[in-house]
Design a protein around this ligand. Structure first.
Ligand SMILES: NC(=O)c1ccc[n+]([C@@H]2O[C@H](COP(=O)([O-])OP(=O)(O)OC[C@H]3O[C@@H](n4cnc5c(N)ncnc54)[C@H](OP(=O)(O)O)[C@@H]3O)[C@@H](O)[C@H]2O)c1
Length: 213
């Protein structure tokens, strides 16, 4: 499948490499077509890797991943062009993090979330919140001593969630479906638990698993 990724940071590049390793063609998008991170990633990932602007990547992808800085969400989607997402599954990895107060907080919270904000920006697309509760280096086939962690997702469209669940299986993740996209507000709030636990341990390479009776 053709995958467009908006974002050239640790998440965009890690997921991009994961998609290439599982047989997809990937275009990374940035504010400018000559982004240095995208060029380095492309050089490491062979013929199925390409790069362009946010709009190029959104148009290229049959499925689109949004992996931009939380406070840049609306700007990145505006640059990508809302029409380029019509009818597509969109994986939302964004956390609206706010470190300005000296402790980790969310700039969107309470009765809203970045996931719901993205869905309002893209009414013709099917947003699925995923990958936001784990560090980028564990996103593809996490190898942890306690076994595979769980990926919690949320979204309003069953077919889009089925597509993301299949991708997650390829990426080495069992999926827990939390239901409608409103649950993105709890997935994003949950990230605060993850950030504080990682800060306490001094290591970001940890992930959540639900233990069942
Ligand atoms: N890092 C992690 O382990 C991790 C884990 C889970 C979730 N997340 C979330 O995933 C998202 C991506 O995180 P990241 O760590 O890969 O990188 P990031 O530094 O949060 O975001 C990088 C991307 O944001 C874009 N960007 C920055 N300012 C912008 C602006 N003013 N207008 C438009 N675009 C702008 C950059 O565009 P250019 O390419 O043009 O520079 C770049 O592509 C974030 O929302 C983060 O909270 C991160």
């Amino acid at each position: 499948m053709k995958i467009g990724i908006l974002g050239t940071g640790p998440v965009g590049t890690a997921l991009g490499t994961g998609f290439i390793k599982t047989g997809h063609q990937v275009m990374l998008g940035a504010r400018s077509a000559d982004n240095a991170n995208a060029a380095a990633w492309k050089a490491e990932n062979g013929a199925d890797a390409s790069s362009g602007t946010f709009a190029d990547a959104a148009a290229f992808g049959e499925l689109v991943v949004v992996a931009v800085k939380g406070d840049a969400l609306a700007a990145a989607i505006g640059a990508a062009g809302v029409g380029n997402f019509a009818g597509k599954t969109v994986i939302d990895t964004v956390n609206p993090l706010d470190f300005s107060k000296g402790y980790p907080d969310l700039s969107i919270k309470g009765n809203d979330s970045a996931g719901e904000t993205l869905q309002r920006l893209l009414p013709g697309a099917h947003v699925v919140k995923a990958f936001n509760t784990v560090t980028s280096s564990l996103m593809f086939r996490p190898d942890l001593p306690g076994g595979p962690p769980d990926m919690m997702i949320a979204g309003d469209d069953a077919d889009a969630k089925a597509a993301v669940t299949a991708i997650l299986a390829d990426f080495g993740w069992p999926t827990i479906d939390l239901g409608n996209l409103y649950a993105a507000r709890w997935l994003e709030a949950f990230v605060m638990t993850w950030v504080l636990a990682c800060q306490a341990r001094g290591d970001w390479r940890q992930a959540f698993k639900l233990l069942h009776a």
